[in-house]
Write a protein that binds this ligand. Sequence first.
Ligand SMILES: [Zn+2]
Length: 120
Amino acid sequence: MQNNPRRLYLPRRSKFPPNTMAIDRRSDWGNPYIVGSPGVPDRETAVQLYECDLLAGKLRGYRSGRPLSVDDAIRELRGFDLVCSGCPDDGQPCHGTILLRIANQPEKRCAQKPESAGQK
Ligand SMILES: [Zn+2]
């Protein structure tokens, strides 16, 4: 696993470098909130809605429709560079940044509780 996974913008049909995963609408991680549809005026809103759904366990795979959880993001995306073909590097947010943060968050603290914790 590499140390500093990044979000990458690559135009459609470009070749993927090693250790990358698509998270745009070619994949299950694509953002179902389309800018310009009702209630989604801009990318910032689309990204916020995406994050809320993922954290609330309400996100569905863009292609498969399967439920996607934070644990799925960690299991499937952790350590990979995340490729989005939908968001050029124009300073606006991309849901890939959210996925990057969620997938690479530190291990849950209870999983690494030392044996002696809580003892006198
Ligand atoms: Zn994007």
